[in-house]
Every structure is written in structure tokens, then in C-alpha cells.
Design a protein around this ligand. Structure first.
Ligand SMILES: *[C@@H]1O[C@H](CO)[C@@H](O)[C@H](O)[C@H]1NC(C)=O
Ligand SMILES: *[C@@H]1O[C@H](CO)[C@@H](O)[C@H](O)[C@H]1NC(C)=O
Length: 240
């Protein structure tokens, strides 16, 4: 078994664990601080209307939200312009487009959600830019955010958005080219899945999995720049 397979195996274990109703999906930001309300207007709260399991995502076009493929459920709704999840606006129904190779590989943990009613952009609802193949490795100082757990291994979602600065290290030593890894004492946890890794106002990664290490946690993010062709194909085929 390669390192990649072991890693993916652990991710799947986390997923099975999180399939109990009422439990959140895989992976708050541990060690983060509360974001200024509405300062991250591209953030999207995602909830399964049946199980109430929650994930995060971000708006990439008026009619498309990007998130992690392991967040797929048949009755997902997306909530735009949210700061406090106890005050949710009207949810929008979606059609899901998980990456077809998701089951086989951690780097394919990416999904597009087509909004049945496109968003009307305003001060609290905006789009975030995707990376280019050439600016992908330029940034190290990034921000990760979510409404997930504030403590590791204990489902304790935050009702307000939290964020954490992270410095990317060891980019070359990851499981495979389409995963960005970072090791930190703190970071995303259960309920943060699908949220963005934002570097210089560009979204570089999607929160996918974490692994416990001796000095903190290793977080794996799906590397968006490796999927630009697939993203463009889905978005072109499903124009507004
Ligand atoms: C922006 O749009 C959101 C979602 O459609 C809506 O809830 C919010 O009230 C709007 N804000 C403004 C300032 O118009
Ligand atoms: C996070 O990083 C930004 C940009 O580098 C910086 O302005 C901000 O002060 C940092 N926040 C914290 C809490 O370190």
C-alpha cells in the first residue's frame, strides 16, 4: 500500500464515522478566531436538509458553488451571505457534480453545485477567483475558514464563521500533485470540509481531510489548479 492509499483509507474511515445522522460531515477551525461578519462574502454554508450534516463551500460563479466531493448528499441546500448559522436565509436547491474520479484518489475530492436559482451578487454575496496554472505556487500565506468544530475529535461546530492564518510549508512533499498538504498545531476540523484555502484573494484549495501527527495535524486540501479543465467543462455545459 502506498502512502497515498493509506491516507485515503483514513479519510474514508473518517467519512463513515461521520455518516451518523446528526453528526457533521468529515472535518471548525481549531485555534481560529471569529471572522468580521460578512468579510468573507464568497463563503457558503451547505447543509443536507435531511440529516442536517453540514459542509462549507464558496461561490465561484453566480450559479456555481465549489465544495468537496465527500460532502455529496441527495438533499443538499446552499445558504449565501451567512454569518451566523442560527440565522440562515432561504436555502437554495442544487444539482451536484462530484468529480467522477473521487472514489479512487484524494486529489479528486472536488464537487461543483449548480444553483437552481442563481445568486444575486451584492455586498454580502460575492464570487472568489480561481487560480491559474501559473500562479498556483506563488503564495505561502493563506487563510482557511469555516463553521466547523472548534476542538479536534469532538463535534463542536461554531455558529459564527471562524478563520485562521496558515503558512504553507513543504508543498513538494505531499501525497500527490493534486493535494496541498500543511502541518500545523491547529487547523480545519470536522464540519470544515469543502471550505476554501484562500491565498491573496484567490482560492487555491478545498478542505479535504486531516491526519493526526505528533505535533498537531496535517491538513490535506484538494489543489484546484489541477482541475481547471474539468471545472471549465462542467461550467460550460451548464451555462446560466
Ligand atoms: C444580498 O443577497 C443575500 C442573498 O440573496 C440577501 O440575503 C441579502 O439580504 C442581500 N444583501 C443586500 C445588502 O442586499
Ligand atoms: C493574518 O494574515 C493577514 C495577511 O497577512 C494579516 O494582515 C493579519 O494580521 C493576520 N492575522 C492574524 C490574526 O495573525
Amino acid at each position: 500500500m502506498t502512502t497515498m492509499n493509506i491516507c485515503w483509507f483514513i479519510t474514508i474511515l473518517l467519512l463513515l464515522h461521520s455518516c451518523n445522522p446528526g453528526d457533521g460531515m468529515d472535518h471548525g477551525i481549531v485555534g481560529g478566531h471569529v471572522s468580521v461578519p460578512h468579510s468573507r462574502p464568497y463563503m457558503v454554508y451547505i447543509q443536507d436538509s435531511r440529516s442536517k450534516a453540514a459542509c462549507d463551500g464558496f461561490l465561484v460563479r453566480e450559479d456555481f458553488v465549489m465544495t468537496a466531493a465527500h460532502c455529496k448528499k441527495s438533499t443538499l441546500k446552499v445558504y449565501l451571505g451567512v454569518s451566523d448559522t442560527t440565522l440562515l436565509p432561504h436555502g437554495i436547491e442544487v444539482d451536484s457534480f462530484p468529480h467522477p474520479g473521487f472514489e479512487n484518489k484524494p486529489g479528486n475530492d472536488i464537487m461543483l453545485l449548480k444553483l437552481k436559482t442563481p445568486a444575486t451578487l451584492n455586498k454580502t454575496v460575492t464570487i472568489i477567483d480561481l487560480p491559474n496554472p501559473w500562479n498556483d505556487k506563488m503564495f505561502k500565506d493563506c487563510l482557511v475558514m469555516g463553521w466547523g468544530s472548534m476542538v479536534y475529535k469532538h463535534y463542536s461546530p461554531s455558529t459564527v464563521l471562524r478563520e485562521l492564518n496558515v503558512t504553507l510549508k513543504n508543498l513538494a512533499h505531499c501525497f500527490e500533485p493534486d493535494v496541498i498538504c500543511n502541518e500545523d498545531p491547529f487547523g480545519p476540523a470536522q464540519g470544515d470540509s469543502g471550505g476554501p484555502l484562500v491565498c491573496k484573494d484567490i482560492v487555491m484549495g478545498i478542505v479535504s481531510f486531516n491526519l493526526e501527527k505528533t505535533e498537531g495535524y496535517l491538513t490535506g486540501y484538494t489543489r484546484i489548479s489541477q482541475h481547471l479543465l474539468w471545472i471549465n467543462e462542467i461550467m460550460k455545459k451548464n451555462n446560466i
